[in-house]
Design a binder for this molecule. Structure first.
Ligand code: GRF
Length: 198
């Protein structure tokens, strides 16, 4: 399954905004990554550069209510097409993209989320799980759609919530699982063990 819709399926772009530990786990697991895309200068870009992987900083400068999401998304789309990307893996990417990218890459954008979806959607997932008094939470690898944190689920892992957990401690326990699960899912897709719907 090397070519889907004229795109080279093996060309994977990983989207990051922060520390990039999931991206690093993919690199260490031998997932072939063609491009790292970031929406802001971040540690993940430094790691990508050190690993000699091509990077694209498509900087988002406007975080206000008048942010032109579609214009930003068209810049992202152009970059993906220029690099002949077939599959996108969002790993801590903090910008919600507009419709055009989901039209063009529908079913081929993955995301990791730090909760057992459909529980605790959104960017406060770890805090919300703690505040809800849940006894467990976890991580979900899913297909991203234009509805936030709602696309088809590919894999999940549960982690316990322990007495005295802080957001930071609990998030790190979740990320430990994400860093194993996400590369596994990507490898399963590349080997054809998990099929994506195009
Ligand atoms: C992960 O927990 C991911 O689920 C969330 O952001 C975190 C990214 O961590 N959306 P890192 O940048 O990979 O270290």
């Amino acid at each position: 399954m090397q070519s889907v819709d004229g795109k080279n399926f093996l060309n994977i772009a990983v989207f990051v905004s922060g520390t990039g530990t999931n991206m690093q786990a993919m690199i260490e697991a031998g997932v072939p990554i063609s491009l790292i895309v970031a929406d802001r200068p971040c540690k993940a870009l430094k790691i990508a550069n050190e690993a000699n992987i091509s990077t694209a900083l498509i900087e988002r400068t406007n975080f206000g209510s008048n942010f032109d999401r579609e214009e930003y998304t068209s810049r992202v789309l152009h970059t993906l097409q220029t690099h002949n990307i077939g599959l996108v893996a969002m790993a801590g990417y903090m910008t919600i993209l507009g419709n055009s990218v989901f039209k063009e890459y529908g079913g081929r954008i993955l995301n990791t989320h730090p909760s057992l979806l459909p529980l605790f959607k959104g960017d406060r997932a770890v805090k919300d799980a703690l505040e809800a008094g849940a006894t467990e939470t976890g991580c979900t690898i899913h297909i991203a759609t234009n509805e936030l944190d709602a696309g088809p689920i590919l894999a999940q892992r549960a982690v316990p919530i322990l007495k005295n957990d802080t957001v930071e401690i609990l998030h790190e326990r979740i990320k430990k699982e994400e860093r194993v699960l996400y590369p596994e899912v990507l490898k399963d897709i590349l080997s054809g063990n998990v099929a994506l719907i195009s």
